[in-house]
Design a protein. Structure first.
Ligand SMILES: Nc1ncnc2c1ncn2[C@@H]1O[C@H](COP(=O)(O)OP(=O)(O)O)[C@@H](O)[C@H]1O
Ligand SMILES: O=P(O)(O)OC[C@H](O)CO
Length: 497
């Protein structure tokens, strides 16, 4: 009997591979950061070769001395929306990957809006028209890379999000597939039929031949080429990282909400088997599909969360390691009136303002690095409240508990502030790597490593529960100040043109 599932988690700033055992315990982890390519303001790219190279070397690292026969299956999860276009004749990408955070295609979105397709896009895909999603990134590549349009029309080019690209490489170019949760982030998937939408493809002028086959999140849809890891291993789980985190948090019931604090922060609420549209500027997205069971989610997406801490470290240089942010923030009793809106690449939910830019407001002679660090941390919690308030308005009921995970959820002071600001309990599981765990669960279910979702529920273990203790009136006052700060950050880029 194989004893492990290998999860490949290809994130925005690093690739990770984690081996899980049957009790969902981590047996080994390997992680590697890779280059962030920043060609111009608001633009972010990755070299697909870096994504592949770092992912495969961490997979080898996590496997270590484990015999490959011990691995039942591979699950893949990934930064979503990030767009790769490659030539199937050579396997070579025609350009760097355009990362989800990149605003390079904002003007294409303006154009789509002016062409009057905004409402159709919203109704059909559940998304808002924004440079965040893959479609405008593909249009950008077809319009700017020399020869790309013709090659696409001649059927030579393939598009994939990172899941799809990894499967292409893992199978030695044999499988061009994406799972339905990743497909739902492209602005090309019809969320009712769960097929690519021909009307939208025509509006975007994207040839259907570029698009991958859509598969379930759990199922035996591919296997590794023996030349890659040395053996044929089923690839049987695949989901975008936020959907995978929801699955790893076992948010299987309608109304359950998780928030992942990684580079960005993403709150997903399970809304059951119908794709209800948000009235409060949230996204409707596919959670997962397993056989005939489809689960939808309402999503709030924040573009900069943990990345603000990276900016304190690499941009401002006031800390040397991310973990130093907590002690620095604790050198001051409160934020001293400083509010930090980290709109480095515009604002996501619920504002959807590509022209907002980062703002630190309320500075005085007495402001210290401690205040800036505190305001930076608080910005993650304030942005989360923005999303959760929108979610509560959509759901019509207050949230009982928020399940948290991701790199920045290790920060206890932040989690305490989050619970105080929301007035809602916050629960953190023992495994904060819920993204990888979700991918492992999906892969393991498909090959009988785990029997059922009920069994998975029993594997969720609590690390710590945070309870609100602060004065709610004071929290509301701070939140009002935050909203004023957001107002000041908005439309900045446009105003400067
Ligand atoms: N102690 C900490 N407090 C706040 N943020 C942190 C802390 N440690 C790490 N982070 C942030 O967490 C993020 C990494 O989380 P992770 O889930 O690995 O992200 P991703 O999957 O997006 O690459 C980084 O942006 C980092 O700045
Ligand atoms: O890399 P992460 O964990 O910040 O996730 C990125 C999201 O998938 C973008 O939608």
């Amino acid at each position: 009997m194989p004893r492990y599932i290998l999860a490949l988690d290809q994130g925005t700033t690093s690739s990770r591979s984690i081996l899980f055992d049957h009790d969902a315990r981590i047996v080994s982890v390997a992680q590697q950061e890779f280059r962030q390519i920043l060609p111009a303001t608001g633009q972010v790219e990755h070299d697909p070769e870096d994504l592949w190279g770092s992912q495969i070397s961490t997979a080898e690292g996590a496997l270590g001395k484990v015999a490959l026969e011990e691995v039942a299956a591979i699950g893949i999860t990934n930064q979503r929306e990030t767009t790769i276009v490659w030539d199937k004749r050579t396997g070579k990408p025609i350009h760097n990957a355009i990362v989800w955070q990149s605003r390079v295609s904002s003007s294409i979105c303006d154009r789509l809006r002016s062409e009057g397709v905004e409402d159709t896009i919203r109704q059909k895909t559940g998304l808002v028209v924004d440079a965040y999603f893959s479609a405008s990134k593909i249009i950008h590549l077809l319009e700017t890379v020399s020869g790309a349009r013709q090659a696409a029309e001649d059927g030579h080019l393939l598009f994939g999000t990172v899941d799809c690209y990894l499967v292409w490489r893992l199978t030695g170019g044999k499988r061009h597939v994406t799972d339905v949760s990743n497909a739902s982030r492209t602005m090309m998937l019809n969320i009712e039929t769960l097929e690519w939408d021909d009307e939208l493809l025509a509006a975007y002028k994207i040839p259907r031949s570029m698009l991958p086959e859509i598969v379930d999140c759990s199922g035996q849809f591919a296997e590794t080429d023996p030349a890659v890891l040395g053996r044929v291993i089923p690839i049987s789980g695949m989901a975008g990282d936020q959907q995978a985190a929801s699955f790893g948090q076992t948010c299987f019931d309608q109304g359950m909400v998780k928030n992942t604090y990684g580079t960005g922060a993403f709150a997903l609420m399970n809304i059951g088997d119908k794709p209800v549209l948000s009235k409060n500027n949230l996204l409707t997205t596919v959670g997962w599909r397993i056989g005939d069971q489809v689960s939808y989610a309402l999503e709030g997406s924040i573009f900069v969360a943990g990345a603000v801490v990276q900016w304190l470290r690499d941009g401002l240089g006031i800390i040397e390691a991310s973990s130093e942010v907590e002690p620095l923030a604790e050198t001051v009793a409160d934020n001293g009136g400083v509010y930090f809106v980290p709109a480095f690449v515009g604002l996501g939910a619920p504002y959807w303002d590509p022209h907002a830019r980062g703002t630190i407001i309320g500075l005085s002679r007495g402001t210290t690095g401690g205040h800036i660090a505190r305001a930076a941390l608080e910005s993650m919690a304030f942005q989360t409240r923005d999303m959760i308030e929108a979610m509560q308005r959509d759901a019509g009921v207050p949230l009982q508990v928020l399940q948290v995970d991701g790199g920045a959820s290790v920060n206890n002071a932040l989690m305490q502030f989050q619970t105080d600001l929301l007035g809602t309990r916050v629960r953190r599981p023992k495994i904060s790597e819920t993204t990888a765990l979700g991918a492992a669960f999906l892969a393991g279910l498909a090959v009988g490593f785990w029997e059922s979702q009920e069994e998975l529920r029993g594997l969720w273990r609590l690390d710590r529960e945070f309870e609100p203790t602060a004065d709610p009136h004071k929290m509301d006052q701070m939140y009002t100040r935050w909203q004023e700060a957001v107002t000041r950050s908005r439309a900045w880029e446009r105003a400067g043109e």
